[in-house]
Design a protein around this ligand. Structure first.
Ligand SMILES: NC(=O)c1ccc[n+]([C@@H]2O[C@H](COP(=O)([O-])OP(=O)(O)OC[C@H]3O[C@@H](n4cnc5c(N)ncnc54)[C@H](OP(=O)(O)O)[C@@H]3O)[C@@H](O)[C@H]2O)c1
Length: 208
């Protein structure tokens, strides 16, 4: 598959590196030609501009700060119908969502572009996505996916499998609001050195 990646930072390197290793043709687009070329060379991808990455291949990953995404995509031209993978976390320094009331980040990106947006890969760090494979004591890491288009969800599910993960479609894009809020909650716990896994009993213990 051909995959565009917008951004040349840590998420781009972790996910792009894995997809290149899985045999995909990846084009990384960044605002700094030097940093973009250096990253592309490190992971074996092509280098380009943000606009080229937005339009490249079957899907494009948005590995940019959330507050830059809509402006960058607007400058990239008509993206209606494109598969855009939103891994952003619109979380401020106070660990609250910066999107405020109303739709979350993924739904705002979908509304602004008309693209087929899938929320994915936002819930853990580049260190986890870089693991080969991201498998822990309970098995492969589950990757929650939210989206409204079945074909787009199936495509992104394949990209999650290519990492060695277990894709988990959890609902339409509307559910991404909850995934984004849950991730902000998890980040808050991890930042304070607490383990969110301790909150979760086995499902069988929950009763009726
Ligand atoms: N790091 C994590 O733990 C993590 C986990 C899950 C999701 N995410 C999300 O993934 C996204 C990328 O995170 P990251 O960790 O890869 O960040 P990063 O390492 O800081 O990389 C961000 C990239 O975005 C570019 N960028 C920043 N502002 C821009 C703008 N206004 N216009 C165009 N490009 C801009 C940067 O370009 P320069 O190199 O030129 O500065 C850089 O290439 C964020 O939305 C983040 O919330 C991060």
């Amino acid at each position: 598959m051909r995959i565009g990646i917008l951004g040349a930072g840590n998420m781009a390197e972790a996910l792009g590196g894995q997809w290149v290793r899985a045999g995909h043709d990846v084009l990384v687009g960044g605002r700094s030609p030097e940093r973009t070329a250096a990253l592309a060379a490190r992971i074996g991808a092509r280098a380009g501009t943000l606009g080229e990455a937005a339009r490249y291949g079957e899907a494009a990953l948005l590995a940019l700060p959330y507050d830059s995404v809509v402006g960058v995509l607007d400058a990239a031209g008509d993206l209606r119908g494109r598969v855009l993978v939103d891994c952003t976390n619109a979380v401020g320094p106070d660990l609250a969502l910066t999107t405020g009331p109303g739709p979350g980040a993924a739904r705002r990106i979908a509304a602004a572009t008309g693209a087929r947006v899938v929320k994915a890969f936002n819930h853990v760090t580049p260190a986890v996505w870089s693991r080969t494979p991201p498998v822990f004591a309970d098995g492969p890491l589950a990757v929650p996916l939210c989206g409204d288009d079945e074909d787009a969800l199936a495509l992104v599910a394949r990209l999650a499998e290519d990492l060695g993960c277990a894709p988990l479609v959890v609902g339409p894009l509307e559910r991404a609001d909850l995934l984004e809020a849950t991730t902000a909650f998890l980040i808050g716990m991890w930042h304070s050195g607490r383990d969110p896994r301790t909150l979760l009993p086995p499902p069988a213990a929950l009763g009726g």
